[in-house]
Design a protein around this ligand. Structure first.
Ligand code: PEP
Ligand code: MG
Length: 579
């Protein structure tokens, strides 16, 4: 009998998945250089490995096309073309014949050479980027020579739970939601981008387990509990039944929440708030609307830049912003200018190597420095504002000067556009993310000049506690309920209100059930979160009374010293209220 074992991590996306493990880890492709005598046989092996690679790529492409669409699969055609390149094949054959080495060695030597030549073409970006493709096809052919199977997300066509060291945004863009029943990673925290993407895709997820890829083997049966942050490997029949029951209960709750899709986001005492959606692409608006979002509270535009091979043009951006503004049908849409840098690099915009990218050249710092990129984005936004209620928000603002400069650039572009379109952009509200402690502390001054705040707790917590949000070794410092942070947040909300401005939150804390009573008690106006959390939060909000929540906030701030104390006091008071 196989005994089940547990792998725990951080609960990153709600839900329960039961399926076989799919290990997203490259197999060991090491080999020894060998002297061969039969070069014809070796060349035959080489050709077989190329033919098999082409066949495999065709199949992957076929599967991927059905689930992902034409654009996402173009890369496979490029790889197939490379595997048919007579020049490269001849060079490998020549090395086998002349040096009498095995096909593996000749393949690696020749393709490494090709890749290095391409990578050296610094004046031709396109060719330079092809170096990665050559390495990719070499890896595939090598896997066939060695009889090993490479993992490929796009080829998945039956239910699986993905097990990976780390999942990148481009991995998630290859996932077909129909088959991915869950994911578990070694790396990452609750606010790492893979965790956020899993919530957007509504895939149950556990991150930061440290040992998923070493403890779980390909094909192991898995239960993934994204509610409690645990995976059960090779579960017993009893465990499967228990979790099937839990999955049904969760589905029942979801069905209850679904009834609130058209209900207002109000507290029990009838105060109106806004529950908004965080989106990454225009396509995410569908989920936001299905979840009954009152607004889009954060459109992370950097994904438009990351999903492209070059800087998106003004017109391309305009189409995306217009689509979101129109689809939201007059409801507010907060679009954040690009937040590139940190953990979101751009392959075609080489940024300097940095010791501390999270503290480095990123977001508004790049925008103010490379103003051509910023101005293009602002023009697209101003033009799109005709099609809805659009608000612009600047990320990573640390000082008032930065906000003033960004506003100045915005005003200049608006004036230019107004020469042909009088009045365009006049209704746009300008706000900032509060995610750097200096801005939070200085919120009373910022509030005099901005139209709204949106508190980015993912970064605000990272910077307040000096704890990298993607590093699981310090994830215990992700403490949304820590009284120090609560003080800071209350100061931001009070500062906004003192100047009659809106206080919103778009960090993950806004959708955190434990934090909602406190945020409601502090009077936060807008709660922006992954679409998958909206209905649950609306349901929770409708059961809470603002007066009682504000009394709890006062008590928490007066008495509690740790996040755990806050959590238990809130629980105690709320159960008391309910009785
Ligand atoms: C945040 O920092 O809280 C935020 C919403 O921005 P991002 O997660 O994109 O850094
Ligand atoms: Mg941020």
């Amino acid at each position: 009998m196989i005994l089940s074992k547990k792998v725990s991590g951080i609960a990153a996306s709600d839900g329960i998945g039961i399926a076989k493990a799919y290990l997203l880890v490259d197999p060991d492709l090491s080999f020894k250089k060998q002297t061969i005598s039969d070069d014809a046989a070796e060349i035959k092996r080489l050709h077989a490995s190329f033919d098999n690679s082409i066949e495999e790529l065709k199949k992957i492409k076929q599967n991927a096309k059905a689930s992902l669409g034409e654009d996402e699969v173009a890369v496979f055609d490029a790889h197939i073309a490379m595997l048919s390149d007579p020049d490269m094949i001849k060079q490998i054959e020549d090395e086998i014949k002349t040096d009498k080495v095995n096909a593996e060695q000749a393949l690696v030597d020749v393709t490494t050479n090709f890749a290095e030549t391409l990578a050296a073409m610094t004046d031709n970006k396109y060719m330079q980027e092809r170096a990665a493709d050559v390495k990719d096809i070499a890896k595939r052919a090598l896997s066939h020579l060695l009889g090993k199977q490479l993992p490929n997300l796009a080829s998945i066509n039956s239910p699986v739970i993905v097990v990976a060291h780390e999942i990148t945004p481009s991995d998630t863009s290859q996932m077909n939601k129909k088959y991915i029943k869950g994911m578990i990673t070694d790396m990452g925290g609750r606010t790492s981008h893979s965790a956020i993407m899993s919530r957007t895709l509504e895939i149950p997820a556990v991150v930061g387990s440290e040992k998923a890829t070493t403890e779980i083997a390909n094909g192991d049966q898995l239960i993934l509990d994204g509610l409690n942050g645990v995976a059960i490997v090779n579960p017993s029949q009893d465990e499967v039944s228990e979790y099937e029951q839990k999955a049904t209960e969760f589905a029942t709750k979801k069905a209850e929440w679904a009834k609130l899709v058209d209900a207002p986001s109000i507290s029990k005492d009838g105060k109106q708030f806004e529950i908004a959606a965080n989106i990454g692409t225009p396509a995410d608006v569908d989920d936001a609307l299905k979840a009954g979002a009152d607004a889009v509270g954060l459109f992370r535009t950097e994904f438009l830049y990351m999903d492209s091979d070059s800087l998106p043009t003004e017109d391309q951006q305009f189409e995306s912003y217009k689509k979101v503004a129109e689809s939201m049908n007059g409801k507010p849409v907060v679009i954040r200018t690009m937040d590139i840098g940190g953990d979101k690099p751009l392959p075609y915009l080489p940024l300097p190597e940095e010791m501390n990218p999270f503290l480095g050249y990123r977001a508004i710092r790049i925008s103010l420095d490379r103003q051509n990129i910023f101005r293009t984005q602002l023009r697209a936004l101003i033009r799109a504002s005709k099609f809805g209620q659009l608000r612009i928000m600047f990320p990573m603002i640390a000082t008032l000067d930065e906000f003033r400069k960004a506003k100045q650039v915005f005003m200049e572009e608006k004036q230019k556009l107004q020469q042909d379109a009088p009045g365009i952009g006049d209704d746009i509200k300008l706000g900032i993310m509060i995610e750097i402690p200096a801005a939070a502390i200085f919120a009373d001054q910022f509030a005099k000049e901005v139209d709204f705040f949106s508190i980015g707790t993912n970064d605000l917590i990272q910077y307040s506690f000096a704890a990298d949000r993607g590093n699981d070794a310090v994830s215990y410092l992700y403490q949304p309920l820590n009284p120090a942070l609560l003080r800071l947040i209350k100061h931001v909300i009070d500062s906004a209100h003192a100047e009659g401005k809106i206080a919103a939150m778009c960090g993950e804390m806004a959708g955190d059930q434990r934090a909602l009573p406190l945020l409601l008690g502090m009077g936060l106006d807008e709660y922006s979160m992954s679409s998958s959390s909206i209905l649950r939060s609306r349901s929770q909000m409708r059961g809470l009374t603002t007066g009682e929540c504000s009394t709890i906030v006062d008590e928490v701030l007066a008495k509690c010293q740790t996040a755990d104390e806050v959590e238990s006091l809130v629980n105690k008071r709320l159960t008391g209220v309910a009785q």
